[in-house]
Design a protein around this ligand. Structure first.
Ligand code: IMP
Ligand code: MG
Length: 182
């Protein structure tokens, strides 16, 4: 059932499920016999991480990093802040960043730069959604789920002002919802 605040469902639960399986199949091939650290970017990527790891045939270490570039708005502030750091050392480890969405690319390029200073053995990026046309910073993504248009999406971990993360699909918010909250 579609939530009353959602204008359209962009990606259904079934489509997400299928895509997560195919991303996991690629990871199973590339990380066979390895024990990578999956760095989940809080909070949006958590739902994706939970579904993804249950399709893996290797046992990853999972860790979390908190960054913020949006202060309860639908446009990037352009400023990335580290809110919470990893617990694990990544020196000499295979690291895979798990992110919900890449938009301007500022968050992932900040994270990549930051994590590379810690000398991991390898560093790759896996994102569920890519708003390719919005890129301000070039960033190479190794595993991409869906390329989507420039619409503000919620659900499957993604929020608007901390709401809608629980929706099992990815939907576009009705525009009057942003107006109400601004
Ligand atoms: P970037 O730094 O502009 O690439 O933005 C990445 C971050 O912005 C993501 O980790 C999300 O938290 C957030 N973001 C970008 N687009 C959306 C969206 O459509 N819905 C919800 N969050 C978004
Ligand atoms: Mg995020």
């Amino acid at each position: 059932m579609k939530h009353a605040d959602i204008k359209e469902i962009l990606i259904s639960e079934a489509e997400i499920k299928k895509k997560v399986k195919s991303l996991a199949a690629a990871l199973n091939k590339d990380y066979k016999g390895k024990k990578p650290i999956l760095v989940s970017v809080l909070k949006g990527s958590v739902v994706f991480l939970c579904d993804l790891i249950r399709e893996l045939e290797f046992s990853p270490i999972i860790d979390f990093i908190g960054v913020s570039s949006y202060a309860d708005s639908t446009e990037s502030s352009g400023v990335v802040r580290l809110l919470m750091d990893l617990r694990e050392s990544i020196v000499g480890k295979d690291v895979l960043i798990i992110e919900d969405i890449v938009d301007t690319g500022l968050t992932l390029s900040y994270l990549k730069r930051n994590l590379l200073t810690r000398k991991p053995k390898s560093l790759k990026i896996c994102v569920l959604l890519d708003k390719k046309e919005c890129r301000l910073k070039k960033i190479d993504v190794d595993y991409t789920g869906f390329i989507i248009p420039n619409k503000y999406c919620v659900g499957y971990g993604l929020d608007y002002a901390e709401i809608y993360r629980h929706l099992p699909y990815i939907g576009v918010l009705k525009s009057e919802i942003y107006r109400q909250q601004k």
